[in-house]
Design a binder for this molecule. Structure first.
Ligand SMILES: Nc1nc2c(c(=O)[nH]1)N[C@H]1C(S)=C(S)[C@@H](COP(=O)(O)OP(=O)(O)OC[C@H]3O[C@@H](n4cnc5c(=O)[nH]c(N)nc54)[C@H](O)[C@@H]3O)O[C@H]1N2
Ligand SMILES: Nc1nc2c(c(=O)[nH]1)N[C@H]1C(S)=C(S)[C@@H](COP(=O)(O)OP(=O)(O)OC[C@H]3O[C@@H](n4cnc5c(=O)[nH]c(N)nc54)[C@H](O)[C@@H]3O)O[C@H]1N2
Ligand code: SF4
Ligand SMILES: [Mo]
Length: 742
C-alpha cells in the first residue's frame, strides 16, 4: 500500500507540537515530531503517539449511543439522535424553563477550534444561566486577575522564556505539563537555552517537581501561602526603593494602594508560615529587581488554591513593579492572528459577578457558574432547578471536587447528553452520547492557545483522513443540536450556518480596528460559500491584527494564506503591546482592583489564625496522562503504577506506613485508597497524589484503563472552600487524614 506523509498538530496539551504522520490507507504507521514546524521544531513528548492509539482505540465511540430501558447502550443513527436530544431538551425546558438545562464544557474543547466555536453556539442556543466549565477548576483566578487589571481575561501576559534572564516559577510544572497559559513546545529545550545563556530558573513548589529538579533553585512552600510570600517580595521592592515601572510608567493606577498592602507583609512576618525564610525572600526580590530581565509566573499551584486570585495578582505585580511587563525577557502579551477577546468584552472591559447562582448564591465569572454549583442546582428543588445536562468534552464526575456528590446529582437527571468519544465515569450517566470524529479526521487550528504563545504563530492543519463513513463533525453536531434547540429546525442547516457566521463576523468586526470601514456583508462575502467553521476562522483572521481587512491590506493574512504553510507560520517573537492592549474603563492597568484587594483581609485573618496541624493534599500530573482521559491508550498506560501517594519519610513513619503499603486517605467529603511512595521530594506535612484517575465502576467502556484504574483524588477534594474574588475551587492544600488501610 502506498504510504503518504501529512503534517498536523498534537491536540492533547497546550504545547501545540507539530507532528509528522505517515499513513497507509487509514492506518497510522508512524508518528513523530515535525522537524520543520516553525514553533515546536521537531519536539514531541511521549503522549504524541497516543494520537495513533486514540485513532485506533476500539473503545472510542464512532456512532451515537442511546441508553436503553435495560440501562445499557444501543447505537442509533444521527438524525434520530439529534431529534431525540431535541425532544428531550424541549420537554425539560417546557417544564422548568431555559435554566433547567445546564451545559458543561471540558478542557479538550479548547484544543479543537470547531468545538470552541460549536460550544459557543450551543450555549447561545440554550440561553441558560447554568453554564459550567473546567474554568473554575483551573483558570478562573487568572481570568479575574487579568480581567480586572488589563480589562479582558485573555489579556494575560506570558513569560518571554526565549529572552528572559531570570524566571521565577511558582506552582507550575512544565517539565510534565508542557506549559499552561504559556504555550511553549519543548519547554525542556527552551529552559536549557535559558540556562546556557546564563539565565536562572527558581521554582517554588511544595514538591520537588520534575521542573524543580532542573531549576537553579527550588524552595518548598507551604500550600496556599504563596500570596503572602509574593506580597513579601513586593514589600521588599517598596521598602528598598526598588520599584521601577519601566514601560508601564504613566500607564498604571494604584501603586500607592499596593504599597500600603505590601507594607503589611514584611518577610519576617510571613516567613515561618510560608516555610521560606525571610533572607531568601529578600534576596529573591533583589535579584528580580536587578536582573536585566525577569519574569514571575504561576499556574495550577497558584490558581486552584485557597488564595488563587491574590497569588496570581501578586505575580503580575512583581513583573510590573520591576519594569518587566511588556518588555523583552519579561512578561509579554501574545498577538494571535484570530483574537477571541470579543467573546468576553462585548461592551468594553469584562465584568464579573453579573449574576449569582440560584441555590448557592455563587457569582458568575465570564458568563459561567463554578462547577461546584452544579450539584447544588440539581439538588435544590424550586423554580429553575436543573433537570438536564449537556456535556461537551468534559468528565466532571472525575474532575470536579467531591465526586460522589456530583455523580449522584448527575445520575438523578431527567436527561443527559454528552458530546464525547468515550463511555466513562460521566458519560455512563448519559441518555445519549454523540462522539466527534477521530483525531485525524478533523482539521486543526490553535484558536485558543495562540493567545498564550511564547512566540506569535498561526498554523492550520487539514484533516489527514476523511471521516469514517457515518461519522459527523463536531461542528455538524453542534449546529444540528443548536438548530433544534433554537426552534430553527425549519431552516436548512446551511442557513443556520450562515446566520452563525454573520454573528461571529459582526462581533469580531466590532472589536477590530476595521470597524466602520469593512462592513459585515463584505466580511461574510469574503469568507466564501463553503459552510463550516473555517469561514468563521477566516473572518476572525481577516479583521485580526495581521488580517487583510478584505483587501485593504493586500499583504495581510487570510485563512488561505495561513494554509499555505503546512509547518506553521512564525509571526515572530512577542512584541510590546502597551498601551493599546489595555481595555480597562480607565485605559490604565489597574494595580489594585477592588474585587481583588477586598480579599486581602481574608488572607491576613488566615495568616493570623493557628492552623490545626494536618497533612495537606496537593496533586500532580503525569507525563503520560492528560487529566482524566488518556488512560485507555496502551502505549501511554503501560509501565509502572503512576497513581501513588507521595509522602515524606517522617510523615509516613508517623502514620505507620511503609513504602508500597496501601494508605487510606480521608477528608470531610470522602475517602480513597492508594499505594504509598515514600520520598523526600514532597515537603513534610504535604502528600501528593495525581489527578484524573479512578476508572472503576459499572458501565465504563474503558478496557485498558480499567486494568490500572488508580485512585480518584476528587473523592477527597472538598467542594466547599472557594477562592474569594473568582469563586474557583480549592483543589490543592486541603486537610486530609492518612492511615494504613485495614
Ligand atoms: N483534584 C483535581 N482536580 C482537577 C485538577 C487537578 O489538578 N486536581 N485539574 C483541573 C483541570 S486543570 C482541568 S483542565 C480539568 C479537566 O476537566 P474536564 O475537562 O472535565 O476533564 P478531562 O479529563 O479533560 O475530560 C475530557 C473529556 O473529554 C473527552 N474528549 C477528549 N477529547 C475530545 C474531543 O476532541 N471532543 C469531545 N467531544 N470530547 C473529547 C474525553 O473522552 C473526556 O471524557 O480537571 C480539573 N480537575
Ligand atoms: N502530562 C500532562 N500534561 C498536562 C496535563 C496533564 O494532566 N498531564 N494537564 C494540562 C492542564 S489541563 C493544565 S491546567 C496544565 C497544568 O499545568 P501546571 O500547573 O504546570 O501543572 P501541575 O502539575 O498542575 O503543577 C502544579 C504544581 O503546583 C504545585 N502546588 C500545589 N499546591 C501548591 C501551592 O499551594 N503553592 C505552590 N507554589 N505550588 C503548589 C504542585 O506540587 C505541582 O507541582 O497541565 C496541562 N498539561
Ligand atoms: S507536549 Fe506532548 S501532548 Fe503536548 S502537544 Fe506536544 S506532543 Fe502533544
Ligand atoms: Mo487545565
Amino acid at each position: 500500500m502506498t504510504r503518504r506523509t501529512v503534517y498536523g498538530t498534537c491536540s492533547f496539551c497546550e504545547a501545540t507540537c507539530g507532528i509528522e504522520v505517515q499513513l497507509e490507507g487509514r492506518d497510522v504507521v508512524r508518528l513523530r515530531g515535525d522537524d520543520a514546524d516553525v514553533f515546536s521544531r521537531g519536539h514531541v513528548c511521549p503522549k504524541a503517539v497516543g494520537m495513533r492509539d486514540l485513532h485506533a482505540d476500539p473503545d472510542r465511540l464512532r456512532r451515537p449511543l442511546r441508553r436503553t430501558a435495560r440501562g445499557d447502550f444501543e447505537e442509533i443513527g444521527w438524525e434520530e439522535a439529534w431529534d431525540f436530544a431535541a425532544e428531550r431538551i424541549a420537554r425539560v425546558r417546557e417544564a422548568g424553563g431555559a435554566n433547567a438545562v445546564a451545559l458543561y464544557r471540558g478542557n479538550p474543547g479548547i484544543h479543537d477550534y470547531a468545538t470552541i466555536l460549536g460550544a459557543n453556539v450551543l450555549v447561545r442556543a440554550l440561553g441558560t444561566k447554568n453554564v459550567y466549565s473546567a474554568g473554575a477548576l483551573d483558570t478562573w483566578p487568572r481570568w479575574v486577575q487579568a480581567g480586572s487589571m488589563y480589562g479582558g481575561p485573555l489579556r494575560c501576559p506570558v513569560p518571554d522564556i526565549e529572552r528572559t534572564d531570570w524566571f521565577l516559577m511558582v506552582g507550575a510544572n512544565p517539565m510534565v505539563s508542557n506549559g499552561s497559559l504559556m504555550t511553549v513546545p519543548d519547554f525542556r529545550g527552551r529552559l536549557a537555552a535559558l540556562q546556557a545563556r546564563g539565565g536562572k530558573l527558581i521554582v517554588v513548589d511544595p514538591r520537588r517537581s520534575e521542573t524543580a529538579e532542573r531549576a537553579d533553585e527550588h524552595h518548598f512552600v507551604v500550600p496556599g501561602t504563596d500570596a503572602a510570600f509574593l506580597l513579601a517580595m513586593l514589600h521588599v521592592l517598596f521598602a528598598e526603593g526598588r520599584v521601577a515601572l519601566g514601560a508601564c510608567e504613566g500607564l498604571v493606577n494604584g501603586v500607592g494602594e499596593v504599597e500600603r498592602i505590601a507594607a503589611r507583609f514584611a518577610p519576617e512576618r510571613v516567613a515561618a508560615r510560608c516555610g521560606i525564610d525571610a533572607a531568601t525572600i529578600r534576596r529573591l526580590a533583589r535579584e528580580m529587581a536587578e536582573a536585566p530581565s525577569a519574569v514571575a509566573y504561576g499556574r495550577m499551584g497558584t490558581s486552584t488554591q485557597a488564595f488563587g486570585t491574590l497569588a496570581t495578582w501578586a505575580l503580575d505585580l512583581l513583573c510590573i513593579l520591576t519594569g518587566n511587563l511588556d518588555r523583552p525577557g519579561g512578561a509579554m502579551f501574545a498577538r494571535p492572528a484570530a483574537p477571541l477577546h470579543f467573546a468576553f468584552e462585548p461592551n468594553g472591559a469584562v465584568q464579573f459577578g453579573r449574576w449569582r447562582s440560584r441555590a448557592g448564591g455563587r457569582h458568575e465569572i465570564v458568563g459561567e457558574l463554578p462547577v461546584m454549583a452544579l450539584a447544588e442546582e440539581i439538588e435544590t428543588p424550586g423554580d429553575g432547578q436543573v433537570r438536564a445536562l449537556v456535556t461537551v468534552a468534559g468528565n466532571p464526575v472525575r474532575t470536579a471536587p467531591n465526586s460522589a456528590r456530583i455523580e449522584r446529582a448527575i445520575a438523578s437527571l431527567d436527561f443527559v447528553v454528552c458530546l464525547d468519544w468515550y463511555r466513562n465515569e460521566t458519560t455512563r450517566h448519559a441518555h445519549l452520547i454523540l462522539p466527534p470524529p477521530g483525531p485525524f479526521e478533523r482539521s486543526h487550528y490553535d484558536l485558543g492557545l495562540a493567545h498564550f504563545g511564547v512566540r506569535n504563530f498561526a498554523k492550520y492543519a487539514p484533516a489527514a483522513l476523511d471521516p469514517e463513513p457515518g461519522a459527523r463533525s463536531a461542528w455538524t453536531t453542534a449546529l444540528e443540536l443548536a438548530r433544534r434547540w433554537m426552534g430553527l429546525a425549519s431552516l436548512a442547516a446551511e442557513q443556520v450556518d450562515g446566520l452563525v457566521l454573520r454573528q461571529f463576523a459582526t462581533l469580531a468586526l466590532a472589536a477590530s480596528p476595521w470597524q466602520g470601514d469593512v462592513t459585515v456583508d463584505e466580511l461574510v462575502h469574503a469568507t466564501g460559500k463553503e459552510p463550516g467553521p473555517d469561514r468563521i476562522l477566516d473572518a476572525l483572521i481577516r479583521v485580526g491584527p495581521y488580517g487583510d481587512a478584505c483587501g485593504r491590506r493586500p499583504e495581510g493574512l487570510t485563512l488561505a494564506r495561513i494554509q499555505q504553510h503546512p509547518h506553521g507560520l512564525d509571526l515572530g517573537p512577542l512584541v510590546p503591546m502597551l498601551p493599546g492592549h489595555v481595555r480597562t474603563a480607565s485605559g490604565r492597568i489597574e494595580l489594585a482592583p477592588e474585587r481583588i484587594v477586598a480579599d486581602v483581609p481574608r488572607l491576613e485573618a488566615w495568616l493570623a489564625r493557628e492552623e490545626a496541624p494536618s497533612l495537606r493534599l496537593v496533586n500532580r500530573r503525569d507525563l503520560r496522562s492528560m487529566n482524566s482521559w488518556l488512560h485507555n491508550l496502551p502505549s501511554l498506560a503501560k509501565g509502572r503504577e503512576r497513581c501513588t501517594l507521595q509522602m515524606h519519610p517522617d510523615d509516613a513513619r508517623a502514620c505507620g506506613l511503609a513504602d508500597g503499603a496501601i494508605a487510606l486517605v480521608r477528608s470531610r467529603v470522602g475517602e480513597l485508597r492508594a499505594p504509598v511512595e515514600i520520598t523526600r521530594d514532597v515537603m513534610r506535612g504535604v502528600v501528593s497524589l495525581p489527578h484524573g484517575f479512578g476508572h472503576d465502576g459499572d458501565g465504563i467502556g474503558l478496557a485498558v484503563a480499567a486494568r490500572k484504574p488508580g485512585a480518584n483524588v476528587n473523592a477527597v477534594t472538598d467542594d466547599a472552600p472557594a477562592d474569594g474574588p473568582s469563586g474557583a475551587a480549592v483543589l490543592f492544600g486541603g486537610a486530609v487524614e492518612v492511615v494504613a488501610a485495614g
